[in-house]
Write a protein that binds this ligand. Structure first.
Ligand code: MN3
Length: 203
C-alpha cells in the first residue's frame, strides 16, 4: 500500500499569526508531499531489488528509506501536535502529561525553557522532539534533537511532541529569527494530542 499525504487537520490559515498560511501551504503541499513520494519510490525500488535479487543499490536505498520515512512520519506528528491558538492550541498541558512533565523536568516552565533552548540551537536543519523512553526501568520523558532526521537519536523512544526547525518551516515569516518561531510555536501546541500520544505510548 503506497503512503499518502494526509490532509492538514485544519485550514492553512488556522495557525495565523503564529505560523503563516503561505508557509503551511508550501510546507505541507510541497515539502511533506516530497517525503511521501520519496518513501514510496524507495519502497518500490527495494521491492524490485528483492524480486530481482540485485541489491547493488541497497546502501543508497536504505538511506532513502530512512530519510523520506522519517520525514513523512515526523511531519504527520507535527501537524497533529498543532491546533489554532485558543481553540485547542496553546496554554498548558493537564492530567497525565503535566504530572509526567513535573516529575521528569521539575515544572512546566522548566520543561518549556529546555525545549525552546534545544529547538533554537539545533544546528542547521532538524527537529526538537519530546519522547517517551519506554523500556521497563526507564519510563520517563526526555527532550532530544535530531540534526539529520534519517538518524534516529534513541531507538527505544516514542516521539510525542515535535517541532520542525528546518528553515522551510519558518523562513518566510521569521527569516533567521528561529527563536521567535519557537516562541510562537507554544501558542499552537495541541496538548490534548500530546497527552493522547503519551497515554498510548505508556500502554
Ligand atoms: Mn518540514
Amino acid at each position: 500500500m503506497p503512503h499518502v499525504l494526509p490532509p492538514l487537520p485544519y485550514p492553512y490559515e488556522a495557525l495565523e499569526p503564529h505560523i503563516d498560511s503561505q508557509t503551511m501551504k508550501l510546507h505541507h503541499d510541497l515539502h511533506h508531499k516530497a517525503y511521501v513520494d520519496g518513501l514510496n519510490a524507495a519502497e518500490d525500488k527495494l521491492a524490485a531489488a528483492r524480486a530481482s535479487g540485485d541489491f547493488a543499490a541497497v546502501k543508497a536505498l536504505s538511506r532513502e528509506l530512512a530519510f523520506h520515512g522519517s520525514g513523512h512520519f515526523l511531519h504527520c506528528i507535527f501537524w497533529s501536535n498543532l491546533a489554532p491558538a485558543g481553540k485547542g492550541g496553546g496554554g498548558q498541558p493537564a492530567g497525565d502529561l503535566l504530572a509526567q512533565i513535573n516529575k521528569d523536568f521539575g515544572s512546566f516552565e522548566a520543561f518549556q525553557k529546555q525545549f525552546s533552548a534545544a529547538a533554537t540551537t539545533v544546528e542547521g536543519n532538524g527537529w526538537c522532539i519530546l519522547v517517551w523512553q519506554g523500556p521497563p526501568g526507564l519510563s520517563k520523558l526526555e527532550i532530544l534533537t535530531s540534526e539529520k532526521h534519517q538518524v534516529n537519536t534513541q531507538w527505544t523512544t516514542d516521539p510525542i511532541l515535535v517541532i520542525d526547525v528546518w528553515e522551510h518551516a519558518y523562513y518566510l515569516k521569521y527569516q533567521n529569527r528561529r527563536a521567535e518561531y519557537v516562541k510562537a510555536f507554544w501558542n499552537v501546541v495541541n496538548w490534548s494530542d500530546v497527552t493522547a500520544r503519551l497515554v498510548k505510548s505508556k500502554k
